[in-house]
Design a protein around this ligand. Structure first.
Ligand SMILES: Cc1ncc(COP(=O)(O)O)c(C=O)c1O
Length: 368
Protein backbone atom coordinates (compact mmCIF):
# COMPACT_ATOMS: atom_id res chain seq x y z
CA UNK A 1 0.00 0.00 0.00
CA UNK A 2 1.44 3.37 -0.94
CA UNK A 3 -0.37 5.44 1.65
CA UNK A 4 1.57 5.47 4.93
CA UNK A 5 0.41 6.45 8.44
CA UNK A 6 2.23 8.96 10.61
CA UNK A 7 5.52 7.96 12.16
CA UNK A 8 5.05 5.64 15.13
CA UNK A 9 1.56 4.39 14.31
CA UNK A 10 2.72 0.92 13.25
CA UNK A 11 4.79 0.71 16.44
CA UNK A 12 1.83 1.22 18.79
CA UNK A 13 1.12 -1.87 20.91
CA UNK A 14 -2.05 -3.75 19.98
CA UNK A 15 -4.65 -4.22 22.69
CA UNK A 16 -5.29 -7.93 23.13
CA UNK A 17 -8.99 -8.09 23.95
CA UNK A 18 -10.66 -11.03 25.70
CA UNK A 19 -12.15 -13.70 23.40
CA UNK A 20 -15.85 -13.34 22.65
CA UNK A 21 -18.49 -15.89 23.65
CA UNK A 22 -19.65 -16.20 20.03
CA UNK A 23 -16.12 -17.00 18.83
CA UNK A 24 -15.64 -19.73 21.45
CA UNK A 25 -19.11 -21.19 20.86
CA UNK A 26 -18.34 -21.59 17.18
CA UNK A 27 -14.78 -22.80 17.61
CA UNK A 28 -15.63 -25.56 20.11
CA UNK A 29 -19.22 -26.18 19.08
CA UNK A 30 -20.60 -25.20 22.48
CA UNK A 31 -24.05 -23.96 23.40
CA UNK A 32 -23.04 -22.28 26.66
CA UNK A 33 -19.94 -20.17 27.17
CA UNK A 34 -19.09 -18.08 30.25
CA UNK A 35 -16.98 -14.98 29.88
CA UNK A 36 -14.78 -14.66 32.96
CA UNK A 37 -12.14 -12.61 31.20
CA UNK A 38 -12.99 -8.91 31.13
CA UNK A 39 -14.09 -8.09 34.68
CA UNK A 40 -17.62 -7.13 33.75
CA UNK A 41 -20.29 -7.36 36.45
CA UNK A 42 -21.99 -10.63 35.57
CA UNK A 43 -25.02 -9.58 37.66
CA UNK A 44 -25.58 -6.72 35.21
CA UNK A 45 -27.02 -3.28 35.94
CA UNK A 46 -29.78 -2.71 38.52
CA UNK A 47 -33.40 -3.45 37.63
CA UNK A 48 -34.26 0.24 37.21
CA UNK A 49 -31.58 0.67 34.53
CA UNK A 50 -32.82 -2.44 32.71
CA UNK A 51 -36.37 -1.07 32.74
CA UNK A 52 -35.21 2.23 31.31
CA UNK A 53 -33.31 0.40 28.54
CA UNK A 54 -36.31 -1.74 27.71
CA UNK A 55 -38.87 1.09 27.77
CA UNK A 56 -36.98 3.80 25.87
CA UNK A 57 -35.73 2.44 22.53
CA UNK A 58 -36.60 5.79 20.89
CA UNK A 59 -33.69 7.41 22.71
CA UNK A 60 -31.37 5.97 20.05
CA UNK A 61 -32.78 8.59 17.68
CA UNK A 62 -31.33 11.59 19.51
CA UNK A 63 -27.99 13.25 19.98
CA UNK A 64 -27.01 13.43 23.62
CA UNK A 65 -26.54 16.61 25.63
CA UNK A 66 -22.97 17.42 24.64
CA UNK A 67 -22.29 18.84 28.11
CA UNK A 68 -24.02 15.92 29.87
CA UNK A 69 -25.31 18.37 32.46
CA UNK A 70 -27.69 16.08 34.28
CA UNK A 71 -25.22 13.23 34.56
CA UNK A 72 -22.37 15.49 35.64
CA UNK A 73 -24.67 17.17 38.20
CA UNK A 74 -25.57 13.79 39.62
CA UNK A 75 -21.96 12.69 39.89
CA UNK A 76 -20.98 16.05 41.40
CA UNK A 77 -23.75 15.69 43.97
CA UNK A 78 -22.50 12.23 44.94
CA UNK A 79 -19.05 13.62 45.72
CA UNK A 80 -19.95 17.08 47.02
CA UNK A 81 -18.06 18.84 44.21
CA UNK A 82 -19.15 21.15 41.37
CA UNK A 83 -20.05 19.73 37.97
CA UNK A 84 -17.15 21.74 36.55
CA UNK A 85 -14.94 19.28 38.41
CA UNK A 86 -16.37 16.40 36.34
CA UNK A 87 -15.67 15.19 32.81
CA UNK A 88 -17.32 12.20 31.13
CA UNK A 89 -15.59 9.85 28.74
CA UNK A 90 -16.57 7.04 26.42
CA UNK A 91 -15.28 4.80 29.18
CA UNK A 92 -12.41 5.97 31.37
CA UNK A 93 -10.25 4.71 28.51
CA UNK A 94 -11.18 7.85 26.64
CA UNK A 95 -10.34 10.11 29.58
CA UNK A 96 -6.88 8.52 29.77
CA UNK A 97 -6.56 9.25 26.07
CA UNK A 98 -7.73 12.87 26.55
CA UNK A 99 -5.22 13.35 29.39
CA UNK A 100 -2.41 12.20 27.11
CA UNK A 101 -3.73 14.23 24.18
CA UNK A 102 -3.56 17.36 26.36
CA UNK A 103 -0.37 16.79 28.34
CA UNK A 104 1.90 14.29 26.59
CA UNK A 105 4.17 15.05 23.68
CA UNK A 106 7.63 14.38 22.39
CA UNK A 107 10.25 14.80 25.08
CA UNK A 108 8.06 14.09 28.10
CA UNK A 109 7.28 10.84 29.86
CA UNK A 110 4.71 9.11 32.01
CA UNK A 111 5.57 6.80 34.90
CA UNK A 112 3.55 3.61 35.37
CA UNK A 113 3.91 0.27 37.12
CA UNK A 114 4.53 -2.78 34.94
CA UNK A 115 2.64 -4.93 33.98
CA UNK A 116 -0.35 -2.65 33.88
CA UNK A 117 -3.65 -1.83 32.25
CA UNK A 118 -2.37 -1.18 28.70
CA UNK A 119 -4.27 2.01 27.83
CA UNK A 120 -1.89 4.35 29.73
CA UNK A 121 1.08 3.25 27.66
CA UNK A 122 -0.76 3.17 24.36
CA UNK A 123 -2.22 6.66 24.88
CA UNK A 124 1.13 8.17 25.89
CA UNK A 125 3.03 6.57 22.99
CA UNK A 126 0.39 7.77 20.55
CA UNK A 127 1.19 11.33 21.62
CA UNK A 128 4.92 10.86 21.16
CA UNK A 129 5.67 10.51 24.88
CA UNK A 130 7.93 7.99 26.55
CA UNK A 131 6.93 5.48 29.19
CA UNK A 132 8.96 4.73 32.31
CA UNK A 133 7.91 1.37 33.71
CA UNK A 134 8.47 0.34 37.31
CA UNK A 135 8.12 -3.42 37.92
CA UNK A 136 5.56 -4.53 40.48
CA UNK A 137 7.01 -5.69 43.82
CA UNK A 138 7.73 -9.40 44.21
CA UNK A 139 6.12 -11.60 45.42
CA UNK A 140 3.00 -9.65 46.34
CA UNK A 141 2.60 -7.83 42.98
CA UNK A 142 1.89 -4.45 44.61
CA UNK A 143 2.80 -1.13 42.99
CA UNK A 144 6.30 -0.15 44.12
CA UNK A 145 5.54 3.35 45.35
CA UNK A 146 9.06 4.35 46.53
CA UNK A 147 10.46 3.28 43.15
CA UNK A 148 7.67 5.02 41.24
CA UNK A 149 8.48 8.24 43.10
CA UNK A 150 12.21 7.73 42.46
CA UNK A 151 11.64 7.18 38.75
CA UNK A 152 10.01 10.53 38.10
CA UNK A 153 12.44 12.95 36.48
CA UNK A 154 12.40 16.47 35.07
CA UNK A 155 10.63 15.26 31.93
CA UNK A 156 7.86 13.45 33.78
CA UNK A 157 4.46 14.89 33.05
CA UNK A 158 2.14 12.31 34.57
CA UNK A 159 2.16 9.30 36.87
CA UNK A 160 -0.63 6.74 36.55
CA UNK A 161 -1.59 4.71 39.63
CA UNK A 162 -4.48 2.33 40.10
CA UNK A 163 -6.26 1.08 43.18
CA UNK A 164 -7.55 -1.62 42.99
CA UNK A 165 -4.93 -2.55 40.46
CA UNK A 166 -5.58 -4.49 37.28
CA UNK A 167 -4.51 -7.32 36.73
CA UNK A 168 -3.59 -8.14 40.34
CA UNK A 169 -6.46 -6.79 42.48
CA UNK A 170 -4.01 -5.21 44.95
CA UNK A 171 -4.53 -1.73 46.42
CA UNK A 172 -2.65 1.31 47.63
CA UNK A 173 -2.73 2.17 51.32
CA UNK A 174 -3.61 5.72 52.32
CA UNK A 175 0.02 6.23 53.40
CA UNK A 176 1.26 5.22 49.97
CA UNK A 177 -1.23 7.54 48.29
CA UNK A 178 -0.16 10.41 50.57
CA UNK A 179 3.49 9.66 49.81
CA UNK A 180 2.82 10.10 46.12
CA UNK A 181 0.97 13.38 46.70
CA UNK A 182 3.75 14.68 48.92
CA UNK A 183 6.63 13.68 46.66
CA UNK A 184 5.27 14.62 43.24
CA UNK A 185 5.97 18.04 41.78
CA UNK A 186 2.88 20.18 41.38
CA UNK A 187 3.44 20.37 37.61
CA UNK A 188 3.16 16.58 37.27
CA UNK A 189 -0.29 15.04 36.95
CA UNK A 190 -1.18 12.25 39.35
CA UNK A 191 -3.84 10.07 37.74
CA UNK A 192 -5.49 7.76 40.23
CA UNK A 193 -7.44 5.13 38.31
CA UNK A 194 -10.18 3.77 40.55
CA UNK A 195 -12.20 1.76 38.05
CA UNK A 196 -12.81 -0.93 40.69
CA UNK A 197 -13.15 1.42 43.68
CA UNK A 198 -16.69 0.38 44.57
CA UNK A 199 -15.55 -3.21 45.09
CA UNK A 200 -13.40 -2.15 48.03
CA UNK A 201 -14.39 -2.90 51.61
CA UNK A 202 -15.47 0.39 53.23
CA UNK A 203 -12.49 0.51 55.60
CA UNK A 204 -10.07 0.20 52.66
CA UNK A 205 -11.53 3.07 50.66
CA UNK A 206 -9.44 6.24 50.49
CA UNK A 207 -11.46 9.44 50.09
CA UNK A 208 -9.27 10.44 47.16
CA UNK A 209 -11.74 13.04 45.87
CA UNK A 210 -11.29 15.08 49.05
CA UNK A 211 -7.61 15.63 48.12
CA UNK A 212 -8.39 17.47 44.89
CA UNK A 213 -8.81 20.87 46.55
CA UNK A 214 -5.27 20.85 47.92
CA UNK A 215 -3.83 19.02 44.92
CA UNK A 216 -4.87 20.59 41.61
CA UNK A 217 -2.60 18.11 39.83
CA UNK A 218 -4.70 15.13 40.95
CA UNK A 219 -7.18 13.39 38.61
CA UNK A 220 -9.48 10.63 39.87
CA UNK A 221 -10.93 8.17 37.35
CA UNK A 222 -14.03 6.10 38.01
CA UNK A 223 -16.37 4.20 35.73
CA UNK A 224 -19.86 2.81 35.24
CA UNK A 225 -18.35 -0.19 33.41
CA UNK A 226 -17.52 -2.26 36.44
CA UNK A 227 -19.80 -2.50 39.47
CA UNK A 228 -22.66 -0.58 37.80
CA UNK A 229 -22.75 -3.11 34.96
CA UNK A 230 -22.72 -0.65 32.04
CA UNK A 231 -19.48 -1.71 30.27
CA UNK A 232 -21.22 -1.97 26.89
CA UNK A 233 -22.62 1.55 27.06
CA UNK A 234 -19.14 3.06 27.55
CA UNK A 235 -19.31 5.72 30.23
CA UNK A 236 -16.67 6.67 32.76
CA UNK A 237 -15.75 9.92 34.50
CA UNK A 238 -12.87 11.97 35.75
CA UNK A 239 -12.89 14.23 38.83
CA UNK A 240 -10.29 16.98 39.10
CA UNK A 241 -9.63 20.66 39.59
CA UNK A 242 -11.85 22.68 37.22
CA UNK A 243 -8.82 24.03 35.36
CA UNK A 244 -7.71 20.50 34.46
CA UNK A 245 -11.26 19.61 33.43
CA UNK A 246 -11.51 22.66 31.20
CA UNK A 247 -8.23 21.71 29.52
CA UNK A 248 -9.51 18.16 28.89
CA UNK A 249 -12.72 19.59 27.45
CA UNK A 250 -10.68 21.27 24.74
CA UNK A 251 -9.98 17.90 23.12
CA UNK A 252 -13.24 16.16 24.03
CA UNK A 253 -15.52 15.49 21.06
CA UNK A 254 -18.98 17.02 21.63
CA UNK A 255 -21.04 13.82 21.70
CA UNK A 256 -18.45 11.51 23.19
CA UNK A 257 -20.94 9.87 25.57
CA UNK A 258 -24.23 8.71 24.09
CA UNK A 259 -27.67 9.64 25.40
CA UNK A 260 -28.58 6.17 26.65
CA UNK A 261 -25.33 5.90 28.59
CA UNK A 262 -25.88 9.33 30.17
CA UNK A 263 -29.41 8.46 31.26
CA UNK A 264 -28.53 4.96 32.46
CA UNK A 265 -25.72 6.41 34.57
CA UNK A 266 -28.13 8.82 36.28
CA UNK A 267 -30.49 5.96 37.09
CA UNK A 268 -27.59 3.83 38.33
CA UNK A 269 -26.60 6.61 40.74
CA UNK A 270 -30.20 7.04 41.90
CA UNK A 271 -29.97 3.37 42.88
CA UNK A 272 -26.50 3.45 44.37
CA UNK A 273 -27.48 0.88 47.02
CA UNK A 274 -27.14 -1.69 44.24
CA UNK A 275 -23.37 -1.22 44.07
CA UNK A 276 -22.95 -2.22 47.72
CA UNK A 277 -25.13 -5.26 47.17
CA UNK A 278 -23.04 -6.39 44.21
CA UNK A 279 -19.87 -5.73 46.21
CA UNK A 280 -21.08 -7.88 49.10
CA UNK A 281 -22.10 -10.73 46.81
CA UNK A 282 -18.77 -10.67 45.00
CA UNK A 283 -16.87 -10.51 48.30
CA UNK A 284 -18.70 -13.62 49.52
CA UNK A 285 -17.91 -15.40 46.25
CA UNK A 286 -14.24 -14.43 46.47
CA UNK A 287 -14.07 -16.06 49.92
CA UNK A 288 -15.40 -19.24 48.33
CA UNK A 289 -12.62 -19.14 45.72
CA UNK A 290 -9.98 -18.53 48.41
CA UNK A 291 -11.03 -21.45 50.57
CA UNK A 292 -11.33 -23.70 47.51
CA UNK A 293 -7.81 -22.78 46.36
CA UNK A 294 -6.43 -23.06 49.90
CA UNK A 295 -7.81 -26.58 50.22
CA UNK A 296 -6.46 -27.51 46.79
CA UNK A 297 -3.00 -26.07 47.44
CA UNK A 298 -3.28 -23.52 44.62
CA UNK A 299 -1.71 -20.09 45.00
CA UNK A 300 -3.63 -16.90 44.27
CA UNK A 301 -3.62 -13.24 45.15
CA UNK A 302 -6.26 -11.92 47.55
CA UNK A 303 -8.11 -9.37 45.44
CA UNK A 304 -9.94 -6.15 46.20
CA UNK A 305 -11.73 -6.19 42.84
CA UNK A 306 -14.07 -8.63 41.07
CA UNK A 307 -11.32 -10.85 39.67
CA UNK A 308 -8.64 -13.13 41.05
CA UNK A 309 -5.16 -13.83 39.73
CA UNK A 310 -4.50 -17.56 40.11
CA UNK A 311 -1.12 -19.25 39.81
CA UNK A 312 -1.36 -21.95 37.16
CA UNK A 313 2.36 -22.40 36.45
CA UNK A 314 4.08 -23.77 33.35
CA UNK A 315 0.96 -25.49 32.07
CA UNK A 316 -1.05 -22.24 32.00
CA UNK A 317 -1.58 -22.25 28.22
CA UNK A 318 -2.91 -25.76 28.30
CA UNK A 319 -5.18 -24.95 31.23
CA UNK A 320 -6.56 -21.87 29.45
CA UNK A 321 -7.20 -23.91 26.30
CA UNK A 322 -8.94 -26.73 28.20
CA UNK A 323 -11.08 -24.19 30.04
CA UNK A 324 -12.08 -22.67 26.70
CA UNK A 325 -13.09 -26.09 25.42
CA UNK A 326 -15.29 -26.41 28.51
CA UNK A 327 -16.89 -23.02 27.87
CA UNK A 328 -14.95 -20.85 30.34
CA UNK A 329 -13.11 -17.84 28.91
CA UNK A 330 -10.44 -16.61 31.33
CA UNK A 331 -7.62 -14.16 30.68
CA UNK A 332 -4.19 -15.80 30.28
CA UNK A 333 -1.61 -14.07 32.49
CA UNK A 334 0.76 -14.21 29.52
CA UNK A 335 -1.38 -11.60 27.72
CA UNK A 336 -1.35 -9.46 30.86
CA UNK A 337 2.40 -9.58 31.42
CA UNK A 338 2.18 -12.15 34.23
CA UNK A 339 2.96 -15.55 32.69
CA UNK A 340 2.17 -18.58 34.81
CA UNK A 341 -1.11 -17.08 36.03
CA UNK A 342 -4.68 -16.74 34.84
CA UNK A 343 -7.07 -13.93 35.75
CA UNK A 344 -10.62 -15.04 36.48
CA UNK A 345 -13.59 -12.69 36.79
CA UNK A 346 -15.91 -13.63 39.65
CA UNK A 347 -19.33 -14.63 38.37
CA UNK A 348 -22.64 -15.87 39.81
CA UNK A 349 -22.51 -18.54 42.56
CA UNK A 350 -23.67 -21.26 40.12
CA UNK A 351 -21.19 -20.37 37.38
CA UNK A 352 -18.39 -20.03 39.94
CA UNK A 353 -19.14 -23.50 41.29
CA UNK A 354 -19.13 -24.97 37.82
CA UNK A 355 -15.91 -23.14 37.01
CA UNK A 356 -14.09 -24.32 40.14
CA UNK A 357 -15.18 -27.90 39.60
CA UNK A 358 -13.92 -27.93 36.02
CA UNK A 359 -10.81 -25.88 36.79
CA UNK A 360 -9.53 -28.30 39.40
CA UNK A 361 -10.07 -31.30 37.10
CA UNK A 362 -8.12 -29.57 34.34
CA UNK A 363 -5.41 -28.35 36.72
CA UNK A 364 -4.86 -31.86 38.16
CA UNK A 365 -4.84 -33.39 34.69
CA UNK A 366 -2.25 -30.85 33.54
CA UNK A 367 0.11 -31.68 36.44
CA UNK A 368 -0.50 -35.41 36.65
C1 LIG B 1 -7.68 -0.34 35.75
C2 LIG B 1 -8.68 -0.03 34.69
N1 LIG B 1 -8.85 1.24 34.34
C3 LIG B 1 -9.73 1.58 33.38
C4 LIG B 1 -10.47 0.63 32.72
C5 LIG B 1 -11.36 1.08 31.60
O1 LIG B 1 -12.65 1.11 31.97
P1 LIG B 1 -13.75 1.76 31.02
O2 LIG B 1 -14.65 0.67 30.64
O3 LIG B 1 -14.40 2.81 31.88
O4 LIG B 1 -13.05 2.37 29.85
C6 LIG B 1 -10.31 -0.71 33.03
C7 LIG B 1 -11.07 -1.74 32.29
O5 LIG B 1 -10.81 -2.89 32.29
C8 LIG B 1 -9.40 -1.06 34.05
O6 LIG B 1 -9.20 -2.32 34.37
Amino acid sequence: MSIKPKKGVYDLPDYVAGRTQEEIKQKYNLTEVYKLASNENILGPCKQVMEYLKDNPDDVNYYPDSDALETRNRIAQKYGVHRDNIILGNGTDQIIEMICDCFIENGVNIVIAEPNFPIYEKSALKCGGQVIKVPLCEPDFRQNIPEIINSMNRSTKAVFLASPYNPTGTILTEDEFLDVLKNTDKDVLIVMDEAYHEYLEDDRKIDTVSFIKENPNLVILRTFSKIYGLAGLRIGYGIADREIISILNKVRLPFNVNLIAQKAAVIALENDWYASRVRDEITAQKEKFYSFFDKSGIRYLRSHANFILVKTGDESNRIVEELLKSGFIVRPGLNLGIPGYIRVTISTPEINDRFLERFIEIYRMAYR
